[in-house]
Every structure is written in structure tokens, then in C-alpha cells.
Design a binder for this molecule. Structure first.
Ligand code: CTP
Length: 393
């Protein structure tokens, strides 16, 4: 039986932890709960105990607990530590490495993967401190089930609501997924890149990140450990993947390099080919009526770089090609030029592909090319992930 250590921290969303326990035990997970002092203001240890069917831990210095199971042992007895809901406070403690109560001590002492489901007021969630903490935690490999957007108990509206328990369970299942990609590491790039022209303006493109994010989720669902390197997008982070947020092509290249080694690389990002050579102070109108000249310089080609023969080259490198004409011809040339193994080519000339919900592709592999029917980007991601699974079978 897979074992979860569920840490319930304070906040109105704590009541949803009870539903999570119910769903998780029904799905066959063994759950041990830890309730913080603030958490106990919202749910009682008795309800958690009744639902988990086992003792609920609350105190750091409890002689009885220590004689039954020491806190270090408790932190390591589970296969996955889940913090739901995770308050701004516990996330800050995790980032700083504080250990002033049982929950934070367990999180510092554990050698097991940690998944957090944040829940807090929208301003607290959007605060630079919380966002910086989330970025640090993600970098350390903490898995995040991002909060939902909607009306909040405090009367405000925005992101910060604890996501619904079935979505948290889905992330837990994805973590334990025993699919064909189990044990493999996949790096996926997604979204556009933003290249600054000056401190307030940038060059960008219409990529939404929908396709890349869906591929990351589909690979995770087949058991892969996924690092998703994403440019600025408005789509939700897929549950159960490690997020690395970047802005420019050079940051994306550095993040991909830092995430290596990997078994699979899927470069779905629409990386800007060029950046402005020197993005200095805000460009002012000088009154001459002459528009400023932007000098562009080429960005690193991440796909071409990762496809280079090297000891760290992923076994399967998949590129994308956004074309507006002569799809098959340009795609074949691009696959050869970039040196990737597979290439997913789509015609972005029509309306609604870039940024839309559907995609129609041509898949080029060393065995030839196949035209796939037009389908939803999520369905396409699942089909591609299944093909990747067959490759590694
Ligand atoms: N790509 C990349 N780094 C770049 C440019 C592109 O990793 N600097 C990757 C994309 O993620 C995609 C593939 O290369 O997987 C092809 O991107 P595309 O924009 O279609 O090709 P380009 O190389 O930009 O070629 P062109 O614009 O001339 O068609």
C-alpha cells in the first residue's frame, strides 16, 4: 500500500482535507495525518482520525508520540508527503528551512518527495514573497498543485482557493503512476519567450503553452518525472510536474541545461528566434518622427543544442515545427537541420491553431511521416505520450 503523510495546515480550506482523506483512502492509499495548531482551529483531530483510521500527530514534543514513532521516522515512513492545504506560512517556513513545530520539522527532516496544495487569500498568494517562495520550492523539486481561481471565503476574488480534492488526488496518482515512462526524466519546453526591447516592451508570439503543458501532464500521467520549462503563459501549471518559469530564450536554454540529464526532451516552446541586441533604458520618442531602429541578434537554438551528440543527450528528442506553408517539406528539412529524432509539425497559417484548443499535426520519425487527425490538444498530448511510451517499451 502506498503511504501518504498528510500535513493539514490552518485555513478555511482545511475542511477540504477531510474530503481528500476520504478520496485517498478509497483509492487505496494509507494516510497518516499531521495537524498544525492553526489547522486544528478548522478541523478536529477526531475527524481526521476517524477518516484515516489512525493516530493524528500534532505536537513536536510529545513523549507518547516519540515513544511510538519518532518524528524523524514519521517524516520518512510515507512514500509521499502531502501538504494540503498549504498556507503562506508553511510555504515560507519550508523555503527558509524553519522547524518550529511538528509540521515544519517533518518537512525539513523528510527524505521523501513533497507535494503542496497552496490555499490562501489572493493578495497573499500574489505577494512577491509567496511567489518567490514557490519558485524556490519548485526549484528544489517540491511538486505543486496550484490553487484555483474564484470567489474566496474572505470575499475577494482571484487565485488562492485550494484546488478541489479530486485534482489533488489526481496529482498524487500521477506521482505514483506506474506507466511505461516510470523512472524516466522528461524535459518539456512550453509557451512563448518574451525578449525585452526595453524595460517595458518585449517581443513575443501567440503561443499559449496549451500544447506543451498538456504534453507535460500526459508524460507525468504515464509515470515520467517531468520538468516543465515554461515561458510566460496564462494556462494552469499541470499537477505533479516540476515547474521552471522563464522569460527569455536564454533563460530557457539555461533552465534546460540545468535540468539535464534527461531521457526525453520535448521542445514545444515557441522560442523567439531573435532578441534585441541591447535592451537598455526605455526608448523615448525623440520628436524627429524617425522610428527607432531595433538591432536584432539570434537567440540560442535550444532544440538544436540538446540534439547534439553528447553524453547527456536525451535518448529521444522531439521538436515542433510551426509552419505556414509547404508543411511536409519544411518539416523534413527542419528535422534534419535541428538533429532531433521526431518532429511534430503543424500548420499555423490558418486561424486558431496557435493559442487555440485543437491541433492537427504531421509526425515525422525516422520511419517516415504520419498525418494525425485534427484533435483536442489534450488528446494529442496523450497520443504523443503513448507513442513515447512505445518507444521506451
Ligand atoms: N526552438 C528552440 N530554440 C529556438 C528556436 C526554436 O528550441 N531558438 C525549437 C522549438 O521549440 C521547436 C523547434 O525548435 O521545437 C522549431 O521551432 P520553429 O520556430 O518552427 O523553427 P525555427 O528554428 O524558428 O525555424 P523557422 O522560424 O525558420 O521556421
Amino acid at each position: 500500500m502506498r503511504k501518504l503523510l498528510l500535513i493539514v495546515t490552518g485555513g478555511i480550506a482545511a475542511y477540504k482535507a477531510l474530503e481528500l482523506v476520504r478520496l485517498a483512502t478509497k483509492a487505496g492509499y494509507g494516510v497518516t495525518a499531521v495537524l498544525t495548531k492553526a489547522g486544528a482551529q478548522f478541523v478536529t483531530p477526531l475527524s481526521l482520525q476517524a477518516l484515516t483510521g489512525s493516530k493524528v500527530y500534532q505536537e513536536l514534543f510529545s513523549l507518547t508520540d516519540e515513544s511510538e514513532m519518532g518524528h524523524i521516522e514519521l517524516s520518512r515512513a510515507a512514500d509521499l508527503v502531502v501538504v494540503a492545504p498549504a498556507t503562506a506560512d508553511i510555504l515560507a517556513k519550508m523555503t527558509a528551512g524553519l522547524a518550529d513545530d511538528l509540521a515544519s520539522t517533518l518537512l525539513l527532516a523528510t527524505d521523501k518527495p513533497v507535494l503542496v496544495a497552496p490555499a490562501m487569500n489572493v493578495r497573499m498568494w500574489e505577494h512577491a514573497a509567496t511567489q518567490a517562495n514557490m519558485a524556490t520550492l519548485a526549484k528544489r523539486g517540491v511538486l505543486v498543485v496550484p490553487p484555483d481561481e474564484g470567489p474566496m471565503a474572505c470575499g475577494e476574488y482571484g487565485p488562492g482557493r485550494l484546488t478541489e480534492p479530486p485534482a489533488i488526488l489526481a496529482a498524487i496518482k500521477a506521482f505514483f503512476a506506474d506507466g511505461p515512462l516510470k523512472g524516466l526524466h522528461a524535459i518539456v519546453t512550453s509557451g512563448p519567450t518574451h525578449e525585452p526591447i526595453d524595460p517595458v516592451r518585449y517581443l513575443a508570439n501567440r503561443s499559449s503553452g496549451k500544447q506543451g503543458h498538456a504534453i507535460a501532464a500526459a508524460l507525468a500521467a504515464l509515470g515520467a518525472r517531468v520538468t516543465l520549462v515554461s515561458g510566460p503563459v496564462n494556462v494552469r501549471d499541470p499537477a505533479g510536474v516540476r515547474m521552471v518559469r522563464v522569460e527569455t530564450a536564454r533563460e530557457m536554454r539555461d533552465a534546460v541545461r540545468a535540468a539535464l540529464p534527461a531521457d526525453i526532451a520535448v521542445c514545444a516552446a515557441a522560442v523567439a528566434d531573435w532578441r534585441v541586441e541591447e535592451a537598455g533604458q526605455k526608448i523615448k520618442k525623440d520628436g524627429s518622427g524617425q522610428p527607432p531602429a531595433l538591432r536584432l541578434t539570434e537567440n540560442p537554438d535550444i532544440l538544436a543544442e540538446i540534439s547534439q551528440p553528447a553524453p547527456s543527450r536525451p535518448r529521444l528528442v522531439i521538436g515542433f515545427a510551426a509552419e505556414t506553408e509547404k508543411l511536409a517539406e519544411h518539416a523534413a528539412a527542419k528535422r534534419a537541420r535541428k538533429g532531433c529524432d521526431w518532429l511534430v509539425a503543424n500548420d499555423v497559417g490558418g486561424t486558431g491553431i496557435m493559442g487555440g484548443d485543437e491541433n492537427e499535426i504531421l509526425l515525422l520519425t525516422p520511419n517516415g511521416s504520419e498525418a494525425w487527425d485534427k484533435m483536442d490538444k489534450t488528446a494529442l498530448a496523450r497520443k504523443l505520450a503513448a507513442r513515447i511510451g512505445e518507444f521506451f517499451a
